[in-house]
Design a protein around this ligand. Sequence first.
Ligand code: URA
Length: 324
Amino acid sequence: MRFEFSAGLLIHKRGPEGPLFLFLRREDGFLDIPKGHIEKGENAREAAIRETLEEAGIREENTDPFYRYDYRIWFLYRGEKIKKKISVFLAETDDDVKVKISYEHEGYVWLGYKDAERAKLFKDERLLLKDVHTYMDKKEEMEKLNVDYKAMPSRHRSWRLSGRFVKGEGPVNAKVVVVGQAPGAFEDAEGRPFVGRSGVLLNHLLELAGLRRDKVYITSVVQFFPPKNRLPSASEVNACRSYLIRQIGIIKPRLVITLGNLSASVLLDGGRVMKSHGSVVRKDGIMYFITLHPAAAVRIKRNMPIIEDDFRKLKVLVRELHVA
Ligand code: URA
């Protein structure tokens, strides 16, 4: 048996009624996306970008940083069984992009979701398109929510948090969501969640649980920095709470990891995490894993083995739920 690795790019541009996706017509009439072998020294994303340039004449390096669709096929070639893993990335291109196909294809077509349903596609490409449809709808919903959330300081006359919105980060179709308390000074400066010392520790803890940071969605109860790192007030938490609930509603994860007292009390029925850490609560079809906030272990060293043990325990649940 031989293993092969391929990568492809699903390119889309804006159409009058929604996105249009680029398909290349094969000799047998089936439509395919630009894709091919991953060469030595390349990663999957680089291969997808190169193949798109070679097969469609489009240099599109601006791929969605969080979208990736992996699938496997197998076939016999000269009596040998070949197992192939294919990784597909997603990229939006300019509306007036010029396509220049190579000798490998007979033509090309831009199709919306509806037309693609009727087109000659392989089952895997149909499933890919379905997954992309869900992803792009969620992304649009999240972008709308973020626009509204970001404008919050301008709607409150006595705003006491930072004016900089630290938006959630990760795939909007993630199976795992991580919820912290509120951004710190580093996050406020960079505009990204968990990039300070707690963030470095969080990356390590996610690894202990067998999770990759770029595959989980990271957010916080309050997404504006409370000056001097104070606890957000009850009214600030109240104002932000519905945005957190809506984020989880858009993503529909299987697992939510609550970091610290605030996120556990906002999402669940409270309790102190020093008592409940390491436990799992099932609510509305989602599993909630309760643990300490990484900042508690950064500040107080004796908390480090406690939080590390929690994330080792979490690894078992991550495996059971197939959410890695
Ligand atoms: N701590 C949090 O709770 N959230 C962040 O985004 C960063 C640190």
